[in-house]
Design a protein around this ligand. Sequence first.
Ligand code: NAD
Length: 253
Amino acid sequence: MSGGGRTAVVTGAGSPRGIGRAAADRLARDGWAIAVLDIDADGARATAAEIGRERGVPALGVGVDVSDQASVDAAIAEVEAGLPPIVGLANVAGIASPVPFLNETVESWDRVFAVNARGTFLVTQRVVRGMVERRQGRVVSVSSVAAQRGGGSYSRVAYSASKAAIIGFTRALAREVGEHGITVNAVAPGPVDTDIMGGTLTEERKAALSADTLLKRVGTRDEVAALIAFLLSDEAGWITAATYDINGGLQIS
Ligand code: NAD
């Protein structure tokens, strides 16, 4: 899959300190043309311009609400018109939700599922159609250790359930599209130093979030980005339906 024109679409890549931004940059370093998709359209365009300039690859930033089918359709159509064929998809867009269960509302529950679960479905379905036609593709979606451990750090029931949905989604889709040469995997990060947990993490919060890890530190964006890039790479061709733990050992603590 290396060489030639191939595009990786990364959703949720418009936030400067986010995992998506780091993944897009890492994939550009590996030679992919990059489509940066984010609900923050200005952030998406600025990120794409910067990555294109710094890494010397074609890059396009597009505003999208992943929870909205028409918006997803328009954004992917723009990518298809402007960049080489889409071979890689990283579903990184997501929102957190620290609402305690007894205070949970239908509106907030639905919003978390709309972005984290429906968004992953909509973007993947739109992109996978072309992958099936070309008989080539890699999909990686970001779940969370919260799906496995039931939260425990910041987000609670709705988030954990929506991220668990991504694991089932990944396995079931991998079954359906494997015969077309498409791999589908998930990554389940532990706490990473981004802005999703209500702003930049203080040293105290980092220590609290990492107390149960074996490595006694939170993860970095680049560590998660490297795993995403590997799972989209040629070398990962026999890995499918997998969920990779990347959490400093939190899964056994
Ligand atoms: P982040 O907030 O920096 O990134 C999330 C991005 O998604 C933002 O750029 C945001 O604008 C975008 N987004 C939100 N709603 C959207 C929508 N409707 N349509 C399109 N884009 C939308 O946070 P992050 O930590 O980089 O999170 C990236 C992913 O990693 C998320 O799915 C998150 O749940 C997951 N994750 C994060 C951690 C962590 O500790 N940071 C741990 C496990 C999983």
